[in-house]
Design a protein around this ligand. Structure first.
Ligand code: 48F
Length: 260
């Protein structure tokens, strides 16, 4: 026998238990693209409490679209260990070029992160940040559906020791901080420099240099890092996104461990 109300109770109770417990965490990651998910997975493996907010119904950012909707992604040799660890099949195309099924890579990133304890909340947008004493202290969240419908609905907040902007090309969180805080970002101009035209070779290299703290307690990774610090875009090669997520996790791991 199946009772419709028990099904509804189960979903509501379990969701809100998790939601309430996620209002305070070690790290909030904004955006469940490849960089944000890889960061979340690596931080959770270190034992930290990690919460991801994703605007869309379907997480994954640019991954499922591969290149121009051909749903394959290319990764290079140095990111291969990350995908091996996640259990993703890679086909060697030629020296330093591997191809993965985009959906398999996304499936693995989601499955392995959730298994490690990451809480991923889809359909929730981060529309603002908390700034206490000149440092980012959390995020302001709202239903993406309310945002899309233009409804006047006041948001809620989630506090975290660190926030990661993994929102991709738009670098939405760094943009909000730059516009609203009156403070300077840690870039050469103090503002968002902006993404440069496509150049995979340079884009992938500078991405790791650009993956860092951009305002006290706000880090950037993935395409957002190149957008903030002025690096080229790199299109459907995804190794750098994974390495950037891994790097931000390493940086935050040492910050969080120092705190204890
Ligand atoms: O765009 P996205 O995939 O960013 P990424 O992880 O990877 C970039 C690549 O996809 C590609 C590329 C590869 O070389 O250049 O573009 O850096 O994922 C960003 C995610 O953040 C979500 C958005 O829906 C997407 O899934 N997002 C963006 N802004 C917000 C947000 C926001 N304010 N609140 C919640 N989620």
């Amino acid at each position: 026998m199946l009772d419709d109300i028990i099904i509804s109770r189960a979903i509501t109770e379990e969701y809100f238990k998790e939601f309430l417990d996620s209002l305070e965490s070690d790290v909030v990651i904004v955006g469940a693209g490849p960089a944000g998910l890889c960061a979340a997975y690596n931080l959770a493996r270190e034992g930290f409490k990690v919460v991801v907010f994703e605007r869309t119904l379907r997480p994954g950012g640019g991954v499922p679209g591969g290149g121009m909707m051909f749903n394959k992604v290319v990764v290079q040799e140095d990111s291969k260990p990350i995908l091996d660890e996640l259990g993703v099949n890679l086909k060697k195309y030629q020296e330093n070029y591997y191809v993965a099924a985009a959906l398999e890579m996304l499936g693995a990133l989601l499955f392995q992160s959730i298994r490690e304890g990451v809480r991923i909340f889809n359909c929730i947008s981060v529309e603002d940040v908390l700034i206490y004493e000149k440092r980012v202290a959390g995020v302001v969240i709202n239903w993406s559906a309310a945002e899309a419908a233009g409804l006047h609905v006041d948001p809620l907040t989630a506090r975290a020791e660190f926030v990661v902007d993994a929102t991709g090309h738009a670098a939405e969180i760094a943009e909000i901080v730059s516009r609203k805080s009156g403070g300077k970002l840690f870039t050469s101009t103090g503002k968002i420099i902006g993404e440069r035209p496509m150049w995979a070779e340079v884009g992938e290299k500078v991405l790791l240099v650009n993956t860092k703290e951009v305002y006290p307690h706000l880090y950037v990774c993935g395409m957002a890092a190149n957008a903030v610090f002025g690096g080229p875009r790199m299109g459907p090669v995804f190794g750098g996104m994974l390495l950037s997520g891994q790097k931000v996790a390493q940086l935050l791991t040492s910050r969080l461990k120092k705190k204890d």
